[in-house]
Design a protein around this ligand. Structure first.
Ligand code: 5GP
Ligand code: MN
Length: 340
């Protein structure tokens, strides 16, 4: 693995010092499999060292992750503000997993920033914003879960990877690599996966829990999108899909129900960029997926207050859905060259 920044040696010593530390583990809002998987893996690992840790997510997360070990111990900040703020204030250490900018944890950002605790960033996104005291990061890692595996290995604690931890790490690597197919997937990723199965990760079950638990409304919405909502902009090899509040309401769409829809655009032969624009409750959320040279993260950062990875990024807009779509249509022709 090509680690870019690793300042964790001192931290490893601290974790092994025999003192029982109070630890908060947090991750980005609307956590995905990698965010929750890395957080829960770290939770079980730190507790196995005798520390007292708590996972706090800024918001809720999709139902297809509720089966995960430790799910019932997760505190959701939006639903338990007082208790979460207390834990953040009292913590000796705060682990920040799968994000590198406090803006990604919403209103939890300020209290985390101001907390007396030392902060640890374990992450695989580009362009970190400094708020941390310790770093273990590489944008070349397939997932934060792969980094968590390497963190535990580096701490000399591989034997502490229980079947529960293995399940959590497996989930994050699986979801962030699109089931081991995206470009961040290396032979090392597969070796880690093999080791996790040896340690008891229930691989077949995990795939079923994550991918075969569609609600009927999600499936119907998928059919609706595929039939009615895919717009191809042929000269730009781009697919544009947009969803209004009314459409979301009609299909009774819940958190996580639109996960993966953007990938269908990219599955069309010859398409280089797929964009999904959704009118969410608080703002308009945009997902970008690309193949090849088009840098989604740079585009998202420049035009839609976002970021992420080269081929998978997200952004947002505080204007209306219509205005966001209009803006996108106006800007995207400027990128014709990268989309050829
Ligand atoms: P998704 O489209 O699945 O929401 O996100 C794809 C990728 O882009 C993820 O790696 C996610 O962390 C990143 N991402 C999504 N939304 C944002 C955003 O608003 N800001 C930044 N910096 N990254 C985002
Ligand atoms: Mn991730």
């Amino acid at each position: 693995m090509h680690l870019i920044e690793d300042t964790t040696q001192k931290l490893v010593k601290k974790l092994h010092s025999g003192k029982n530390l109070k630890i908060v583990i947090t991750t980005h809002h609307k956590p995905d499999g990698d965010a929750l998987g890395s957080s829960l893996a770290m939770y079980f690992y730190l507790n196995s060292l005798g520390h007292i840790s708590t996972v706090i997510t800024p918001t809720d997360y999709p139902k297809f992750l509720h089966w995960m070990p430790g799910n019932e111990d997760v505190l959701i900040f939006e639903e338990n503000k007082k208790m979460c703020l207390n834990l953040v204030e009292q913590a000796d250490l705060i682990f920040c997993l799968d994000f590198n900018d406090l803006l990604r944890i919403n209103e939890l950002g300020e209290p985390v920033k101001n907390a007396k605790a030392e902060k640890v960033m374990i992450d695989h996104h580009l362009d970190p914003v400094k708020f941390d005291d310790y770093r273990f990061r590489s944008h070349l890692a397939s997932s934060t879960c792969e980094l968590v595996y390497n963190f535990i290995k580096k701490s000399g604690d591989t034997e502490k990877i229980s079947s529960q931890i293995a399940d959590c790490i497996y989930t994050g690597i699986m979801t962030d690599t699109g089931s081991f197919k995206f470009s961040g997937t290396t032979s090392e990723t597969h070796r880690i996966i093999a080791d996790l199965i040896d340690k008891g990760a229930k691989n077949t079950m995990i795939h079923e829990f994550v991918y075969d638990t569609n609600s009927l409304s999600r499936l119907k919405m998928m059919g609706y999108i595929l039939y009615h909502k895919i717009e191809i902009i042929p000269e730009l090899k781009t697919v544009l899909i947009s969803l209004s509040k009314e459409e979301l309401a009609e299909y009774n769409i819940k958190t996580g129900d639109t996960e993966g829809f953007v990938n269908y655009g990219l599955s069309i032969e010859g398409i280089k960029l797929s964009v999904l624009i959704i009118d969410r409750t608080r703002l308009v959320k945009i997902s970008f997926r690309s193949k090849g040279d088009f840098a989604c993260n740079e585009f998202a950062k420049k035009h839609f207050e976002g970021g992420g990875h080269k081929n998978a990024a997200g952004g947002q807009s505080s204007t209306t859905l219509e205005e966001t779509i209009k803006k996108f249509r106006e800007i995207i022709p400027l990128y014709k060259k990268q989309l050829q």
